[in-house]
Ligand binder design. Structure first.
Ligand SMILES: OC[C@H]1O[C@](O)(CO)[C@@H](O)[C@@H]1O
Length: 482
């Protein structure tokens, strides 16, 4: 669902019928109208809010969720998320399935579009952390790594599904296709199924409900032979009771984890990936591609993202170290940005009928960029934190990770159209500079974590040229098996 929302809005706002509707509904009161400059046609803060409101809501919900997860368990935020998805669906339903929903009706109910995005955002914010924590806690130790890698894969599949829906509804239907794209969102109500999940045994043990925790562990593992695992969970609980993860994370000793919990999601967004994921159809239309072609190219790029993520999980991650992949992907993305600048992406405003070869070069260039992201920052951005956040600070560090990811997803969604209007192809200079900073950071500050256990990580920090200043040899870290 997260992936689906990342992918759906860009296609919709590139559809002329949507823009017309949007400016009709919101333009009057807010004095906005589409510009004649092709780079500025989409430059409206309210239009950007249609995309970004979801991430702003997700950001706020994720803060609440991280407290609820600790106090009331992993299930309540999942159930709240289900209710929010349901309300998002109801808002779309009210706006589009009403018998009087002719143009006037749509104008009257247009605000429900943003309301539905806010509900979906609250749903995503509530579930993002609780689900990833739940999966981590319930999974067997040996399955965790794979599950962590599947996370970016399912996001990319969600994005691709949204791209396909946008394209198919647009070619099947003339005019008001975006309404059908929105109707697909209603299927998210199936998320309510998640409310049937059991509570995490780790949470129950934390709350002193030992018997219940053991029962749920038996149900989850489908065997009564859980004594050893249960005893491990109890031992880990005693250890955890002595240390609050938020207080620990602020200690000097955990500085590498704190900095990386902020830097990894921040840099993942500053690679500029969401400029493409959110706004590829707009970029294409601006430089003169047709409406259907723009949606088709966005779909090809979405497909490329899925394939490259699969390649990353099943081959590259097994063969190459994390640093190598981060740096290789970063350099690949940097070269693509430089090419976009050199060839003045968008022909510097001379939009019109474009030769076919130009379209092919642009789309291939973006595919190479997206592939570079998918096998570096896309997959490692979720995997590496799980390898470096030690047990005692994991929940706090993971909350920060999700929070920072949401802030910058929101920022990019909100400022892109304005940046594009003012900077034109110079936008790529900004992201190219960011990639220099990002690659330098990885080169200097990220130690290799492939095939390193959490206990060994401690030694890695101590022998790192920079982090050794912070990490003292005496502190021990509890095994990741807990
Ligand atoms: O697959 C690309 C997508 O992955 C994310 O970085 C999350 O991991 C999103 O921000 C982006 O849209």
């Amino acid at each position: 669902m997260f992936g689906f929302h990342l992918g759906i809005s860009g296609g919709m706002i590139s559809m002329d019928s949507f823009l017309k509707f949007f400016y009709q509904v919101y333009g009057k009161e807010n004095n906005i109208k589409p510009s004649n400059d092709p780079y500025c046609k989409f430059d409206s803060q309210i239009l950007a809010l249609f995309t970004s409101s979801l991430y702003l809501a997700a950001l706020i919900a994720s803060v609440f969720a991280s407290f609820v997860i600790q106090r009331f368990g992993r299930r309540p935020p999942m159930i709240c998320g289900g209710v929010f998805f349901y309300l998002g669906g109801v808002s779309v339903f009210c706006a589009f399935f009403r018998p009087d929903a002719e143009l006037d009706g749509f104008q009257k109910y247009g605000w429900l579009l943003i309301v539905s995005r806010v509900f979906y955002g609250l749903g995503i914010g509530s579930t993002h952390q609780s689900l990833s924590m739940y999966i981590y806690e319930v999974a067997r130790y040996q399955d965790r790594k794979l599950l962590n890698m599947i996370f970016p894969l399912v996001i990319s599949i969600g994005i691709f599904a949204a791209n396909v829906i946008n394209y198919v509804v647009a070619i099947k239907e003339k005019g008001e296709a975006w309404r059908n794209s929105l109707r697909f969102e209603i299927f998210q109500m199936i998320y309510l199924i998640c409310t049937f999940l059991l509570e995490s045994p780790i949470y129950l043990i934390e709350r002193g409900l030992y018997e219940k925790g053991k029962m749920e562990l038996i149900l989850i593992r489908k065997t009564t032979d859980v004594e050893e695992e249960f005893n491990n969970l109890m031992a880990a609980n005693e250890y955890r009771a002595m240390k609050d993860p938020w207080i620990s994370l602020l200690k000097r000793q955990y500085r590498p984890q704190l900095i990386l919990a902020i830097a990894i999601p921040l840099f993942q967004q500053l690679t500029g990936i969401n400029v493409i994921i959110f706004y590829a159809p707009i970029l294409f239309k601006t430089i003169g591609f047709g409406a259907h072609a723009s949606l088709m190219y966005a779909m090809i790029i979405g497909g490329c993202n899925v394939i490259a993520t699969l390649v990353s999980i099943f081959t590259l991650n097994k063969k190459f170290g994390r640093r190598t992949l981060f740096l290789q992907g970063g350099i690949q993305m940097f070269i693509c940005q430089i090419l976009a600048i050199a060839y003045k992406f968008g022909l510097d405003g001379n939009v019109g009928i474009l030769p076919k070869w130009y379209a092919i070069v642009v789309v291939c260039g973006i595919c190479v960029y997206v592939a570079g992201f998918a096998w570096s920052w896309g997959s490692l951005g979720w995997l590496v934190p799980s390898e470096i956040f030690s047990f005692e600070v994991r929940s706090a560090a993971q909350s920060i990770n999700v929070f920072v990811n949401m802030i910058f997803t929101f920022v990019i969604a909100q400022i892109f159209t304005t940046m594009f209007c003012h900077m034109k192809f110079g936008l790529f200079i900004f992201f190219a500079c960011m990639l220099i900073v990002i690659n330098t950071f990885i080169y200097k500050l990220l130690p290799e974590t492939k095939d390193i256990s959490i206990e060994e990580m401690h030694v890695i920090w101590q022998s790192h040229p920079y982090w050794k200043k912070f990490v003292k040899p005496i502190d021990i870290t509890i095994s990741d098996e807990f």
